[in-house]
Write a protein that binds this ligand. Sequence first.
Ligand code: FES
Ligand code: FES
Length: 188
Amino acid sequence: MPRMTVNERPLEFDMDPDTPLLWALRDAANLTGTKFGCGNGDCGSCMVMVDGAALRSCLITIAEAEGRFITTIEGLSRDRSHPVQQALVAEQAIQCGFCTPGIAMAAAALLKRNAAPSEAEIEAAIPNLCRCGVYPRLVKAIERAGRVTRRRETISAAPAPGISAADAAKAVPALRATGAASTNTSDE
Ligand code: FES
Ligand code: FES
């Protein structure tokens, strides 16, 4: 049963060790921010950080992730305050948003090792596919996120929507916990 640390939480997966990390994150850990696109390593929508480096989680098994530190989009920040998240919103580099978590993780890993990447370095580090074609805005957003990371600029981002457990339970009834349910049913 492979053990690893996911978003600073120790987890042990009672699953076949050959299970792709992507399935374990989405289906067992309920971290559905990491997206399944192609399952073949082509699209980048499943990108997470493994020991700080961007990796496609469809290409790594949980056995290979044993003992490693995994960060998913849910762990990048608790309130969407990471410079990459702020800049993607500020530059309107999101359309349907399906590719966005993978792009954000690849960009965050890039800025960790190089906070002032050139356009060519951004394009090389973020090979993610986007069916909506946000590429030109993406480069501007990552350059801007780099400036925020280097404290050359701040972004006044819109406040994140409520993501408290009660709000989540209200939106997804299946997540209701005992106690939260009575609170939420009163205003329906
Ligand atoms: S789902 Fe992993 S690269 Fe496409
Ligand atoms: S924003 Fe739609 S796939 Fe990229």
